[in-house]
Design a protein around this ligand. Structure first.
Ligand code: TA6
Length: 304
């Protein structure tokens, strides 16, 4: 069965009232999930969660209306998977930034209904000669997603070989906010971060994060929940993680967003990336036979 054969996908994995497979934007094959708790659309390319909409809520993820949806192109918004490295490749600058996982095909492994009415779906990265050329290690990568009142995303890396390897990774989540001037991020106070704007310098976070210009920071050795307090939408988005030791906070602001060309006018005002990661000093060594799990659970609460 080809991984994108819609008839075969629906006959094997569709669940009435929960998940079906369709052709989405740019002809990309997507899983459309809708249950009593939430809706979500996930592209098989990159196992990319594009949207998550809990019932009676505004969208929680930001997806650019000016994004390019095409084979081999990363989608601007949602939850791109950065794997098996984060940022530029350490040795070979010709390799793609943030790895290849977000632009290659993943196959559906399983779908099921959870006892609370949420929908579970899992994907496996499809290895090819092209992926092996960039990543010559015996490994498997799976993404396990549970769509419900919370969104749970788990990236599992297994070392199926006989020698250890190191990975950098991120759930590079784009959050939808009312306006960048009307929100702040809490939970990283006192943490050390690498500031990548204007060269890389090490700094310590004082107070909550407020964004008034380009922000591109890797917070190191972070274990805590992050809270995005959105006064405009009167809500806070909580990000709880497991197996994540770095948190990346990013907003390209005006110039960089314009240069990137897929944010649209003022697009940068309605999004902020708070990424659950293992990057730079926090890269992970996966031993032979071991599995490492990077998990994020995203939930929404009313702002008091
Ligand atoms: O996670 C922040 C970051 O590394 C920024 O430096 C910026 O490049 C962003 O990712 C987006 O990267 P992309 O390759 O998707 O354009």
């Amino acid at each position: 069965m080809s991984s994108t054969d819609l008839t075969a996908l629906n006959s094997r994995f569709a669940i009435p009232g929960h998940v079906q497979f369709k052709e989405g934007p740019g002809g990309l094959i997507v899983a459309e999930i809708a249950n009593s708790l939430a809706e979500s659309t996930i592209a098989l390319q990159g196992a990319h969660v594009m949207t998550w909409l809990p019932r009676a809520q505004e969208p929680v993820l930001w997806l650019s209306r000016f994004g390019k949806f095409a084979p081999g192109k990363s989608i601007r918004g949602g939850v791109p998977i950065c794997w098996p490295w984060f940022g530029p490749h350490a040795e070979d600058a010709k390799l793609p930034g943030h790895g290849f996982a977000r632009t290659v095909m993943w196959e559906v492994l399983e779908t099921r209904v959870q006892p609370d009415g949420a929908t579970f779906i899992s994907f496996g990265l499809i290895e090819t000669d092209a992926t092996r050329a960039q990543w010559p290690h015996s490994s498997s990568a799976q993404l396990r997603v549970t769509v419900g009142a919370e969104l749970k995303v788990e990236l599992a890396t297994r070392n199926t070989g006989s020698s250890p390897f190191q990975i950098g990774e991120a759930l590079h989540t784009y959050f939808h906010i009312s306006d960048v001037a009307d929100m702040e991020i809490k939970g990283l106070e006192g943490c050390t971060y690498l500031d990548k704007v204007g060269g890389t310098t090490s700094k310590t976070q004082q107070g909550a994060i407020v964004i008034e210009s380009e922000v591109d920071r890797v917070y190191l050795d972070t274990e805590v929940d992050c809270l995005i307090e959105d006064r405009g939408l009167k809500r806070q988005i909580r990000i709880s993680t497991r197996g994540s030791h770095s948190t990346v906070v990013w907003n390209p602001w005006i110039e960089k967003a314009e240069k990137m060309g897929d944010f649209g006018p003022e697009g940068y005002r309605g999004m902020v990336c708070v990424e659950s990661a293992n990057a730079v000093n926090n890269v992970v060594t996966v031993l032979p036979g071991a599995e490492h799990i990077l998990q994020a659970v995203i939930s929404v609460e009313a702002l008091a």
